[in-house]
Design a protein around this ligand. Structure first.
Ligand SMILES: Cc1ncc(COP(=O)(O)O)c(C=O)c1O
Length: 292
């Protein structure tokens, strides 16, 4: 494995940053998780656009243009063994405030750091896609937009980690987080969708969700299939009584959810619209123009 750090490549063992990096000391940084299919980065432009939006929000000056960042990601795949990562590859792109002193002041940090890790992703077993998974609702609330807006994909994932621990304690793989008004926001690393009376619904990002790239792709696919899509406030009542439910993310793709807080969704099997969207999403991956 070769890890890019600020212009040079390092082996896994030598890929190190300072203990004074504010990304470590304060979670002062942002990141992207990009899927690799066929040895190439999927929806790379969209990920780089989101990275730059998050950089603007957090006032991190990325020392490369968007085009340069795209080229750096492509180069880091070439530097790694394409065959090993082929269809289960994953890029973790990090921008940290860099090394400073022990105070909070970002102005004391010498320079922003850019890190690109190319690795294998651990995937959900294929049978989960045909059976669906169970999730629970976490007691942890998603940050509201007037604290650190969850639309920023920052290095502060403690809320999500606490919620993930609750999920695992309950024997589940994912947990749902509500916002402070009790509306559904998203899961720890995935967006959530339901289908009711043939309408596809997902929380608006203002409810406290990351604007997932997979989420947006699924919405586009649904619209092109003439499925009505609504982005709106949803409560647990909506989730429990949905006809179908699924979560989306770069790792999970489209994962059917068949039980939420021990309420079985419809008849407890992945629904037809979910499975159709999963087929169409996988078709989209195969036909995607990786050169753009
Ligand atoms: C909190 C959160 N929500 C949703 C997602 C899904 O986003 P994407 O589809 O861009 O991977 C992620 C991805 O890591 C995430 O961390």
């Amino acid at each position: 494995m070769k890890v890019f750090i600020d212009g040079s490549y390092f082996s896994k063992e030598d890929a190190k940053i300072s203990v004074f990096d504010h990304g470590l000391l304060y979670g002062d940084g942002i990141f992207e998780g990009i899927r690799i299919y066929n040895g190439k980065a999927f929806l790379l432009k969209e990920h780089i656009d989101r990275l730059f939006d998050c950089a603007k929000f957090t006032m991190l000056n990325i020392p490369y243009s968007k085009t340069e960042m795209i080229d750096l990601v492509k180069e880091s795949i070439i530097q790694n063994d394409k065959n090993k990562i082929s269809d289960s590859g994953y890029i973790r792109l990090l921008i940290t405030r860099g090394s400073g002193d022990l105070g909070l002041d970002p102005a004391k940090c010498s320079k922003v750091s850019v890190i690109i890790i190319t690795d294998k992703i651990s995937l959900y077993p294929e049978e989960y896609y045909s059976k669906g998974i169970s999730i629970i609702t976490s007691s942890i609330r998603r940050n509201s937009a007037d604290s650190c807006d969850p639309r920023a994909k920052s290095l502060n994932y403690l809320n999500n980690i606490l919620a993930k621990m609750e999920a695992k304690n309950a024997g589940c793989l994912e947990a749902l987080l509500l916002n402070h008004n009790g509306y559904v926001a998203e899961c720890t690393a995935d967006n959530i969708f339901i289908i009711k009376n043939n309408i596809l619904m997902t929380p608006d990002v203002s409810c406290g969700a990351l604007e997932g790239i997979t989420r947006n792709t699924v919405i586009d696919i649904a619209v092109s299939e003439k499925i009505k899509v609504e982005q709106k406030n949803l409560t647990l009542f909506d989730i429990y009584t949905a006809d179908e439910c699924f979560i989306t993310g770069s790792g999970a793709e489209i994962m059917p959810v068949t039980s939420v807080d021990k309420r079985i969704i419809k008849n407890g099997t992945p629904g037809p619209i979910t499975l159709n969207l999963l087929d169409l999403f996988r078709e989209f991956i195969n036909n995607y123009n990786y050169e753009k």
